[in-house]
Design a protein around this ligand. Structure first.
Ligand code: HEC
Ligand code: HEC
Length: 203
């Protein structure tokens, strides 16, 4: 059943996502990024551990998130007002810019990384926790065509917040509630380990 869900999500995303960014202009996106740099950092590499890096993020994922902030589907008192100022053309340009810049590496706690790696690769089949690598890839780069996010070398504290938001069902942007279902069966300690592991993956 879960395998079928993954296959359906992948194929829907692959078909829907094709050529979605042909229109994006990275140079125009870089100019627009002046409004974002104060929080998301130089070159899209946030220096605040609570706030996400956008460099190297998959364009379709960027588009879906900015649209979700605009419609109120994704809630955050700091970020949501920022998205209101960004129109459809700017979203495509910003997404092209983020795809064109390299994400900076992250530094993690080695003990946590070892524990997180096991969960990332295997999940917990008995608890219904799917293996993360099935969707985010062994490298953590996600699935650009399907709009699955790149979580490699992302800020760990941001990843922890997201996994807890999915678990609490306060983040509901995930198609088919995949991430809410994955996070529902993870403990705080496991979330920390997974976040440290993802942050340790090479950008
Ligand atoms: C005042 C600080 C601030 C500014 C300015 C800001 N952001 Fe954000 N942004 C945030 C925070 C905080 C989050 C995480 C929200 C959460 O916890 O869900 C975020 C999240 C995001 C995400 C989701 C990333 C992910 O991995 O899901 C995108 C995309 C984004 N911002 C794009 C932008 C763009 C584009 C701009 C400029 C137009 C911008 N932000 C300006 C604070 C800011
Ligand atoms: C069936 C596919 C699938 C599996 C398995 C999966 N994810 Fe996800 N993940 C997604 C999708 C799709 C999104 C984006 C959902 C959205 O828009 O809210 C996502 C989003 C995330 C985010 C938010 C990223 C951001 O930038 O805000 C984190 C963190 C994450 N996943 C971690 C994990 C971890 C850790 C595991 C394993 C325990 C896992 N995922 C398993 C598909 C999956």
């Amino acid at each position: 059943m879960k395998k079928i869900l993954v296959a359906v999500l992948l194929s829907v995303g692959l078909i829907g996502g094709m050529n979605a960014y042909a229109a994006g202009d990275a140079a125009a996106g870089e100019a627009r990024y002046a409004a974002c740099i104060g929080c998301h950092g130089p070159g899209g590499n946030s220096l605040n551990p609570m706030w996400p890096k956008l460099a190297g993020q998959n364009p379709l994922y960027i588009r879906l998130q900015l649209e979700a902030f605009k419609t109120g589907k994704r809630k955050d008192p700091i970020m949501a007002p920022m998205a209101l100022a960004v129109d459809e053309k700017a979203i495509l340009d910003l997404a092209a810019y983020f795809a064109s810049v390299k994400r900076s590496a992250g530094v993690s706690n080695p003990e946590q990384v070892k524990k997180g790696e096991l969960i990332y690769i295997n999940g917990f089949p008995q608890r219904g926790v799917l293996a993360c690598g099935a969707c985010h890839g062994a490298d953590g780069y996600g699935n650009p065509g399907a709009g699955f996010p790149n979580i490699a070398s992302q800020q760990a504290l941001y990843l922890v917040k997201m996994l807890k938001d999915y678990r609490a069902k306060t983040r509901t942007t995930d198609p088919g509630e995949v991430m809410q279902n994955v996070a529902a069966n993870l403990t705080d300690a496991e979330i920390d380990q997974l976040a440290q592991y993802a942050q340790s993956l090479a950008p």
